[in-house]
Design a protein around this ligand. Structure first.
Ligand code: FES
Length: 89
């Protein structure tokens, strides 16, 4: 299963495969997606989910409020639908 991920503002769109994190999918397609640790610790890859749904194998450290605001760790998240993401607060 393949899902489309759209990044707001830049308008960049890329595809993510099943079993591929959002960050891995972006980097595999040479998209400059912010990242550092790639293990859910540094927060560099944080972005906000505008539409769509994701899942984690390991739940990252996000407060309920942050989750409600749509914050996502792209290095840990797997798309379960097409997504629209933004780096805006
Ligand atoms: S790259 Fe460090 S938390 Fe995702």
């Amino acid at each position: 299963m393949t899902y489309k991920v759209k990044l707001l503002l830049s308008g960049i769109t890329f595809e993510t495969q099943q079993q591929q994190t959002i960050l891995d999918a972006a980097l595999a397609q040479n998209i400059a997606f912010p990242n550092r640790c790639q293990v859910g610790a540094c927060g560099m890859c944080l972005c906000r989910l505008k539409t769509g749904t994701i899942e984690y194998q390991l739940q990252p450290m996000l407060t309920e409020k942050e989750q409600a605001q749509g914050w996502v760790f792209a290095c840990q998240a797997y798309a379960t639908t097409d997504l629209v993401l933004t780096f805006e607060e």
